[in-house]
Design a protein around this ligand. Structure first.
Ligand SMILES: Nc1nc2c(ncn2[C@@H]2O[C@H](COP(=O)(O)OP(=O)(O)OP(=O)(O)O)[C@@H](O)[C@H]2O)c(=O)[nH]1
Ligand SMILES: [Mg+2]
Length: 266
């Protein structure tokens, strides 16, 4: 008597094909290729997050690239050909910022890593600034303006570090690293003052905030500081500061930044 042959359905074939691919390691390789490391870009308003984001996700540079207006919501995109997806947190101290920070730093959807942007105070005048309001706060010269903005940068930095630290302490294992971007470095590349403020001077408010954070999350938490430059534009406050990098040097700095970022995203 002939043995009955079991009919093989399409579904059976697919299951079999999946099993073969899985055993050969192909499924794991494909998953790795298409799963992106999610990274938040944080920092105060006007610090350069969206312009950096646009350069990393391939929206810029192009001939017609112009810097965006103040962001009012998060921006999300993948970095082409890299296993990374980026999300910016609008810097303005209003609703979109706090809800974005909550979404990105609390719960199981917490980001893997953080790019925190600072720019040595080279934040353009904001919509609510007037000469009078600045003068009332003792801000009249460029030096006073930069110091005033750097104080705001530190406040914002300490706030974001608080989010990271609470998330790490909650035991989620995320974020896993922090990359501090010294953005617009074309405007202050040789500045001893900037070097001291961000790196060397343990008395600077910035370094103090970072040391406080390190003491809380432990020495093993990876942190690095990397200069970056994107849009070569003059900065004006009383006097004009011109970018001191040419396009080729800018590209080198940007590529180096991407290389460091990629090292974390692997
Ligand atoms: N010289 C110079 N200027 C820059 C650079 N990047 C950004 N800028 C200037 O900084 C401005 C603000 O940059 P944005 O990226 O819009 O700032 P943001 O952090 O996204 O600000 P919010 O959207 O308000 O949170 C831009 O309009 C440019 O004028 C840079 O690399 N070099
Ligand atoms: Mg923006």
């Amino acid at each position: 008597m002939p043995v009955p042959i079991e009919p093989i359905t399409v579904a059976d074939r697919l299951v079999k094909a999946y099993k073969v691919a899985d055993e050969a390691g192909l499924v794991a390789r494909l998953k790795k290729k298409f799963s992106k490391t999610r990274i938040a870009i944080t920092g105060a308003s006007g610090i350069g997050k969206t312009v950096l984001f646009d350069h990393l996700v391939g929206k810029a540079p192009n001939l017609y690239y112009t810097p965006p207006l103040r962001s009012t919501s998060v921006e999300k995109a993948n970095v082409p050909h890299k296993a990374m997806s980026l999300v910016t947190v609008p810097g303005d101290l209003l609703n979109p910022r706090s809800s974005a920070l909550r979404d990105l730093f609390v719960g199981k959807d917490t980001v893997e890593g953080v790019i925190h942007v600072v720019c040595n105070g080279y934040i353009p005048l904001q919509y609510n600034d007037t000469t009078q309001s600045l003068s009332d706060q003792g801000v009249n010269t460029l030096q006073e303006y930069l110091e005033y903005r750097r104080r705001q940068e530190v406040e914002d930095f300490a706030d974001v570090l608080g989010y990271i630290q609470r998330s790490v302490s909650a035991g989620q294992g995320k974020p896993k690293w922090l990359l501090i971007a010294l953005a617009k470095c074309d405007l202050y590349a040789n500045s001893e003052d900037a070097r001291n403020h961000y790196i060397a001077d343990t008395q600077s408010d910035f370094v103090k905030a970072l040391n406080d954070f390190k003491a809380k999350v432990g020495a093993g938490f990876p942190i690095s500081v990397q200069p970056v430059s994107t849009f070569l534009e003059d900065f004006q406050f009383g006097e004009t500061i011109r970018p001191m990098l040419g396009e080729r040097q800018r590209n080198k700095v940007l590529i180096e930044f991407l290389r460091v970022l990629e090292g974390y995203a692997k």
